[in-house]
Ligand binder design. Sequence first.
Ligand code: SAH
Length: 351
Amino acid sequence: MQAEKDKIKSDIKSLLPGELQAELTAMGEPKFRAKQVFRWLARGVRSFEEMTDLPKSLREKLGEAFFLTPPTVERKQVSAIDGTVKYLWRLGDGNRVESVVMRYEHGNTVCVSTEVGCAMGCAFCASTLGGKVRNLAASEILDQVIFSELDSGCKISNIVLMGIGEPLDNFDSVLRFLRLVNDPDGMNIGMRHISLSTCGLAEKIDKLAQLDLQLTLSVSLHAPDNETRSKIMPVNRAYDVETLLAACRRYFERTGRRISFEYAMIRDVNDTPAHAKLLGDRLAGTGCHVNLIPLNDVPESALKPSTPETLRRFIASLEKRGINVTVRRKLGPDIEASCGQLRRGMEKKEK
Ligand code: SAH
């Protein structure tokens, strides 16, 4: 019955400030109310009742027209080693997604999910094993930031869209989320403090470029040639390496923002000297940045991480070509902090 009622209500937290104002004006409310309500939403209220400086009648009217479905913490793990906090959230409909709060010297970063599951099918990734269940609403992405901050007590200054899901496959909600989290009356997190990671949906990269946002685009490249890339990333069969890199070039030309390429080092798959050389050929002189990721072991996958010696040689080969290379530090090694693993673990247990 409650679910039936909620169906005709709408999702207030996904509304942009202008849309919220239009809704409230249509309800006969003065203009300033929208800002008041928007601010309450960003503070993480769990009900309209908590908006204590609104007239009771308005709180009731809001409750009749809109729903609020704040997530609850289903599991929380705190790393004893580096303080990384990992959340498994339970959403309004019982689905689950993960977020991770990482503490860095330059500020705390939250990694958020954009979909329940993922349709992209990358061979090394735990998030995609059960396929995609649904898109997240903008409000559900935003709530991961708001409630991670509230629960952990860590003021969040940076966001990475690198959790479960392919952000560009949920383009409209992700864009709405970016606008909401960036709003001065909301979390007020600058676009330059946000990174979006994609497996390489080239057309959507072009669409994003047109918006000229100042966020950082990370592209999961993971192989410089089509043969290797198609084996580990099915998306490569739709947008091959040449098509993807051409879209990346256009993105840089249009936005002036340098792209960061992610490259998970997989033993004997994409880590040979020939791969390093070809990667160097493709990227030298483009000013981009390569972030090598030591592969996280996914129990369902036969793929293994590269040896430290191979990693060292790979780095040296790229650096010789003048490419800026970093290796992703593994945070929260004691708490399964890599994406998709906690949700996956829970879903398996229930079967
Ligand atoms: N769908 C987006 C964002 C999610 S994943 C994307 O593909 O970019 C964030 C990063 O983690 C991606 O670069 C992804 O390829 C990488 N990743 C996924 N599984 C991994 C694993 N087992 N080990 C290392 N990196 C992994």
